[in-house]
Design a protein around this ligand. Structure first.
Ligand code: ACM
Ligand code: ZN
Length: 552
C-alpha cells in the first residue's frame, strides 16, 4: 500500500517542492482514476498489488440505508450512467461475487466525512450520515469519469479515499429577484452544485426588481411585487414567484442532494418591490414617489414605522416555518441612508428620541427589532458585512453587529478588515470577497460586453482559483470563518443558460476553495482535473464558458 501525503511534501524547501510536485503530478494526478476528482479529496491512498474491482452481472448493493433512500438511488444512477448496469439491492450475496456497500457508521466524525474504499471484490462507502455517503458517491462518479478505460471494462482500480471538507459552509447564491428563474431551472442548477459538493444554495428572494416568495399574510407582496412587467407572462424573466408548495418541493430536492437552501430577504434597502405593494412602509419623503419595480432604486423601509416591523415579523414567521435551514439572510447591504432616513421626518424624530447623531445609527435600532423576530422563530441571522455605511466620523469603523449575526464579506478591498473585525467581535464569517467570488463579474476582457453593472472588474478563472478563504492568516485569526459563497447577482442574467455560463468553470475553482485544504491545492492539477468535468457538464447540457486563455 502506498501512502501519498501531498501536503507534507509541499511544506519543505523550494527545490524539493519543485522536484516533488513533479513527482506528485505523475503519481497522483497522472493516475487516470484521480484525473477528474474535483474538488480534490483531502486524503488519497493508492493501493498497490490488489486487483481491480470488477462489476459483474452478479454484483449487488448492500446497505443499512432504506432501500428507497435517495442515496441508494444515486448509486444506482451512477452505475447505470457510467457502466450501463442496473445493480440490485439485496442482503444475500453468493460467495465470490463483488459487492458494493453503502453504510452509515456513526463512529465516523463529521457530517460530510466519508471513506471510499475500493478493493478486489468490495467497494465500500461509509460516513456518519447519508449526506456524507452522498459526498462519497460524487467522488465515485468522478473516479469513473476520469478512468475511462477501466470504466468501459466495468473495472475500478483499487483506492482508499478518506475525505472531509475544509469548510462546513460551501455556498452559491442565485438572484431570482432580479430575473426570475423557474423552479425547474433551479433544480438543474442544484444538480451541478451537488456534483461539486456545494452544500448551501442562498436564494436572494427579494429586491428592487421583484418579490419572489408567496407570503400568505401579505398577498400583495407577490400580486404586485412579483410583476415587474405586468404585460408579460408569469414565468420569467421579469415576472414570477414561488408558491410555498413549490418551495417545499425545491427544499426537499436540494436536501436529498446534501444542499440546504438559505432564504434571503434583503432589508432595509433593496426594497422597491415591497414598497410598490405597500408604499406606506417607506420613509415619509418618499410617499409621493412612484414605486415602479426595478426602475426606482435607492428607497428604503422607514426605521420609525411599527407597521414595517409587524409586516416583517409576519414574513419571517412564514419563512422560518417553511425553510428548515436554521439561518435567514436579511441583507443589510447598500442602504442609501442619506437619501432616506436622513430626509425622513419620522426617522429624524426617532434619532432625536434615541439621542443619535447619525442616521446610520438607526441601523442598530432597525435590525435590533427585526432580529428579535428571527430569534423568536428559532433562526440565526446572516447579514452582508457593511463597513462603509456604518462609519464613524473619524473614519474609524463602527462595528456593532450583534454577536449572533453571521456576516458575509463581499466589498472588494474590505475583506482583510472584515476578517479582523469579525474575529475581534466574535461574529462568524462567510467569505464572498468581490475579488474572487463575485460570479457576475466578467471572466475575461470583452466577455458579456452588453452589460456589466460593476464597471470593469474581471475575475478570471485563475484569479478565482487563487482564492484562499483563510487569506493566509494564522489559524487562530481565521478560526471564525465558516466557509465560502460564490455570488451571482442577476441584473444581467436573464436565464439559466447565462446563470451556468457565469458559474462554470469558476464554480469549480470555488468548490475546491471550499473543500480542499490549501496544502493540497495546485493550479496545474486543477486545470487538468477540470477538463473532463467541462466535457461532462457540456454533455449534460450545461452552458459553460470555455476558458481559452489558460490553454493558449
Ligand atoms: C452586495 O453585493 N450588494 C452584497
Ligand atoms: Zn423614515
Amino acid at each position: 500500500m502506498e501512502h501519498l501525503n501531498i501536503g507534507r511534501r509541499m511544506n519543505i524547501k523550494f527545490f524539493i517542492v519543485a522536484f516533488l510536485s513533479q513527482l506528485v503530478v505523475t503519481q497522483v494526478w497522472g493516475q487516470a482514476n484521480t484525473s477528474a476528482l474535483l474538488p480534490l479529496p483531502n486524503h488519497i491512498e493508492h493501493i498497490k498489488g490488489s486487483k481491480n474491482f470488477t462489476l459483474t452481472p452478479q454484483t449487488t448493493i448492500q446497505t443499512n440505508l432504506p432501500e428507497q433512500s435517495f442515496v441508494v438511488g444515486e448509486l444506482q444512477r451512477i452505475l447505470k450512467e457510467k457502466m450501463d448496469q442496473v445493480v440490485p439491492v439485496t442482503d444475500d450475496t453468493a460467495d465470490g461475487n463483488s459487492v458494493i456497500e453503502l453504510y452509515t457508521d456513526t463512529s465516523l466524525e463529521g457530517k460530510e466525512h466519508y471513506i471510499l474504499d475500493i478493493s478486489a471484490n468490495r467497494l465500500t462507502i461509509k460516513g456518519a450520515t447519508p449526506n456524507a455517503i452522498f459526498c462519497g458517491l460524487q467522488t465515485l462518479d468522478q473516479l469513473l469519469l476520469g478512468d475511462v478505460c477501466h470504466t468501459a471494462n466495468k473495472q475500478i482500480a483499487p483506492i482508499r479515499i478518506d475525505d472531509a471538507p475544509r469548510y462546513d459552509y460551501r455556498a452559491l447564491m442565485l438572484d431570482p429577484a432580479r430575473h426570475f428563474l423557474p423552479i425547474e431551472d433551479i433544480k438543474f442548477y442544484i444538480d451541478q452544485m451537488a456534483r461539486y459538493k456545494y452544500n448551501v444554495l442562498q436564494l436572494h428572494l427579494t429586491d428592487d426588481q421583484g418579490w419572489r416568495i408567496e407570503i400568505k399574510a401579505h398577498p400583495k407582496l407577490t400580486e404586485v411585487g412579483a410583476f415587474r412587467n405586468p404585460q408579460a407572462g408569469a414565468n420569467g424573466p421579469d415576472n414570477g414567484f414561488y408558491t410555498q408548495e413549490q418551495l417545499k418541493d425545491l427544499i426537499c430536492y436540494a436536501a436529498d442532494r446534501n444542499i440546504e437552501i438559505v432564504p434571503e430577504l434583503d432589508i432595509p434597502g433593496h426594497t422597491v418591490a415591497v414598497l410598490a405593494a405597500y408604499p406606506e412602509l417607506g420613509c415619509t419623503h418618499t410617499d409621493t414617489l412612484p414605486k415602479l419595480i426595478g426602475t426606482t432604486t435607492e428607497l428604503m423601509l422607514c426605521a420609525n414605522n411599527e407597521k414595517v416591523y409587524a409586516v416583517y415579523d409576519d414574513i419571517i414567521k412564514e419563512v422560518a416555518a417553511l425553510f428548515p435551514s436554521n439561518r435567514i439572510h436579511l441583507g443589510g447591504d447598500e442602504s442609501v441612508i442619506e437619501k432616506n432616513w436622513n430626509q425622513c421626518e419620522r426617522c429624524q424624530a426617532l434619532m432625536k428620541q434615541l439621542g443619535y447623531t447619525e442616521a446610520s445609527q438607526l441601523m442598530n435600532y432597525f435590525f435590533g427589532k427585526v432580529l428579535a423576530s428571527v430569534r423568536q422563530y428559532g433562526k440565526q441571522p446572516i447579514l452582508w458585512c457593511e463597513l462603509d455605511n456604518i462609519r464613524m466620523p473619524a473614519h474609524e469603523y463602527l462595528f456593532d453587529y450583534p454577536k449572533d449575526a453571521t456576516l458575509v464579506t463581499w466589498r472588494s478591498g474590505l475583506t482583510p478588515k472584515c476578517i479582523e473585525l469579525t474575529a475581534k467581535h466574535g461574529n462568524p464569517l462567510i467569505m464572498a470577497p468581490g475579488e474572487y467570488a463575485y460570479l457576475d463579474y466578467p471572466q475575461w476582457e470583452g466577455d458579456l460586453p452588453e452589460f456589466n453593472n460593476w464597471g470593469m472588474p474581471i475575475t478570471s478563472l485563475e484569479t478565482c482559483y487563487q482564492f484562499d478563504p483563510g487569506y493566509g492568516l494564522p489559524a487562530a485569526q481565521q478560526a471564525h470563518i465558516l466557509g465560502i459563497s460564490g455570488t451571482l447577482w442577476g441584473e444581467a442574467i436573464k436565464n439559466i443558460n447565462r446563470v451556468t455560463y457565469m458559474t462554470y468553470p469558476r464554480g469549480l475553482a470555488l468548490a475546491e476553495a471550499g473543500w480542499t485544504q490549501m496544502e493540497y491545492r495546485n493550479w496545474d492539477s486543477f486545470k487538468e482535473r477540470m477538463y473532463p468535468n467541462l466535457t461532462y457538464l457540456m454533455k449534460r447540457g450545461v452552458s459553460i464558458r470555455v476558458p481559452f486563455e489558460i490553454a493558449r
